[in-house]
Design a protein around this ligand. Structure first.
Ligand code: SF4
Length: 158
């Protein structure tokens, strides 16, 4: 989500191994959480900045569904399924604040491997089931993720 300091490839492999393992460990717990007790965190770098009219809330944005990026489709699905909320976050520090305010039982986090690794570690003492979906193209702007994988995770139930 912060994402501008690129870790070297070997580090990325370490982050990937760790996040894959965490996803597997938390999969059953995640699937048991009802949709209305889950939130979604998407990274601000996925926005289509020239088009984006998301509402700036300080540490995060609320997507206005302008259709400019994939967050639009994710946002629509999140609403259809009855998720608690979707936040387009600007950085890791905001996550703690959102968690404190919303008290979710599960989080779907879309981020680069580095940020995913950090989020798992940051929230390890909380009783929250996390499912991480990696970016398929990272960087500071115009990042991307696998929409089919996001949809699969969002719809996951036991
Ligand atoms: S769909 Fe949402 S996040 Fe994406 S560019 Fe539009 S307002 Fe911004």
């Amino acid at each position: 989500m912060k994402g501008c300091k690129f870790p070297v490839k070997s580090k990325e492999h370490t982050y990937k191994t760790f996040t894959d393992k965490q996803n597997k460990l938390q999969a059953d717990k995640f699937a048991l959480v009802p949709f209305n007790k889950r939130i979604v965190l998407a990274p601000h770098c996925m926005r289509n900045i020239p088009m984006c009219c998301a509402i700036d809330k300080g540490g995060y944005y609320i997507c206005s569904q302008c259709g400019g990026c994939k967050i639009n489709i994710i946002s629509k699905l999140v609403k259809e399924l009855g998720y608690k909320a979707l936040y387009v976050v600007k950085g890791g520090r905001t996550i703690e604040k959102i968690v404190k305010e919303q008290n979710p039982e599960a989080i779907v986090g879309i981020a680069c491997f580095f940020e995913g690794d950090q989020a798992f570690k940051m929230l390890k003492d909380k009783k929250i089931a996390i499912h991480f979906v990696p970016l398929t193209k990272d960087g500071c702007t115009a990042t991307d993720t696998d929409l089919a994988e996001v949809e699969r995770v969002l719809k996951q139930t036991n």
